[in-house]
Write a protein that binds this ligand. Structure first.
Ligand SMILES: Nc1ncnc2c1ncn2[C@@H]1O[C@H](COP(=O)(O)OP(=O)(O)OP(=O)(O)O)[C@@H](O)[C@H]1O
Ligand SMILES: [Mg+2]
Length: 390
């Protein structure tokens, strides 16, 4: 059974602890509030031993809350200094979203300068750690489990895209944002964090190394952000889960380094099955695996319009909609439009600013998107624009 908090302790803000100026508006907000003191206690003063990760938003600590359950406590970095009211308004939106494939935001702390999010703790870490990039540890992901993960993530994203109002574009679908509970059920994390970090914050470089291979070309190059950019990222993730490898692997022969390039070449030769993770030892359904890989290619089509919606993706994954009929063309490859080189002594390169001016879907629909960030190439991967191809 997955871990979850017992009964919700939603409570109104205590007007006595806040600026009276905001009291009227804040009294409408219902969310679990934690004091900084109790979070310090839960994490043993945010000790390094309790730190479970660090991402673009800040550090994440494991901690035992007052009423027993384990929590993942995300301390937002100093850039995310929103006012209490703005912060709580955003948090309210996220905490109201409930779906079995989305990580549950349990509460927050907005005391003084602290901005902290408290999530349900997921026992089996992220897909990045446990399946794709990491050491693979002790977990064996058999085919059935992979199918469950792919379909679960698709359902969670379809919910954000099509059922939540206003619709939410995640903006950062990737293996490290797919967490797994003790039964290996997938939960999408970090959705709806729009506006928690001001758009003026430019360098969030920790987000980049693991993000570039998931970026839809139109988003990477022109900052065009629609739900279709998330669908592209999902397509990359889907192929990663089936193949058990990271989207970019510099250790492989040159023509196999980029997963989408490899998938497309194999698809053209009708040999997609060769991409399926060899650690499955042949124990998988080849027709289903090839269907999943083909759906991954469909999701990553260069033209956003050719990518299916997430609800259609779910239907295709579960076999209720026929994916065979749909023609697949070459996917949009970021490696085609950016000059990605492995350099032994990289010099600081020009940053590529992916900051979008709006927090809303550029298609014009009433869709909330995740936070803005700037693409600052990491030391392992140097990315420069190839002017001729923009
Ligand atoms: N709810 C949670 N339960 C268990 N572990 C978590 C939880 N949330 C985060 N983590 C761990 O903390 C790590 C860091 O998470 P964080 O979201 O800060 O960074 P990230 O996902 O690597 O990058 P990004 O900032 O781009 O999302 C995750 O990879 C995961 O291992
Ligand atoms: Mg994350």
């Amino acid at each position: 059974m997955s871990s979850c908090f017992p009964c919700s302790r939603s409570r109104r803000l205590d007007p006595g602890t806040h600026d009276p100026e905001f009291d009227d508006e804040l009294s409408e907000i219902r969310i679990n509030l934690f004091s900084y003191k109790e979070l310090r206690k839960a994490t043993n003063d945010f000790s390094p031993a309790n730190k479970i990760g660090e991402g673009g938003f800040g550090s994440v600590f494991k901690g035992k809350l007052r009423n027993g359950p384990m929590a993942a406590i995300k301390v937002l970095s100093s850039e995310s200094r929103q006012g209490v009211k703005e912060f709580l308004t955003e948090i309210q939106v996220i905490s109201d979203i409930k779906h079995e494939n989305l990580v549950k935001l349990y509460g927050c702390c907005a005391e003084g300068n602290h901005r902290i999010l408290i999530y349900n703790y997921l026992e089996n870490n992220s897909l990045a750690e446990s399946l794709i990039g990491g050491s693979r540890k002790s977990i064996h992901f058999n085919w059935k489990t992979r199918v469950k993960i792919c379909i679960g993530v698709a359902k969670g994203l379809a919910f954000l895209h099509e059922e939540v109002t206003p619709h939410i574009i995640h903006r950062d679908i990737k293996a490290s944002n797919i967490l797994l509970d003790e039964d290996l059920n997938p939960k999408i994390s970090d959705f709806g964090l729009a506006k928690l970090i001001p758009s003026t914050v430019t360098h969030v470089s920790t987000r980049v190394a693991g993000t570039i291979g998931y970026l839809a070309p139109e988003y990477a190059i022109r900052g065009q952000l629609t739900r279709r950019a998330d669908i592209y990222s999902f397509g990359v993730l889907l192929i990663e889960i089936v193949s058990g490898r990271c989207n970019t692997n510099r250790k492989l022969p040159v023509d196999e380094q980029f997963i989408l390039e490899r998938a497309w070449k194999l698809y053209e030769k009708n040999e997609l099955v060769a991409l399926v993770d060899t650690s499955l030892d042949g124990e998988f359904d080849p027709v289903e695996a090839c269907r999943f890989l083909k759906i991954g290619l469909l999701c990553t089509q260069d033209s956003p319009k050719l990518r299916p919606t997430m609800s259609n993706v779910v239907q295709m994954l579960i076999g209720k909609k026929d994916a065979d009929e749909i023609t697949v063309t070459k996917p949009g490859l970021i490696s085609d439009i950016m000059d990605l080189k492995n350099r032994s002594n990289p010099k600081p390169e020009q940053d590529i600013d992916l900051t979008t001016s709006s927090n809303y879907d550029s298609s014009g629909s009433n869709t909330l998107v995740n936070t803005s960030f700037t693409f600052a190439p990491s030391s392992q991967t140097t990315a420069t624009f190839s002017q001729s191809s923009i």
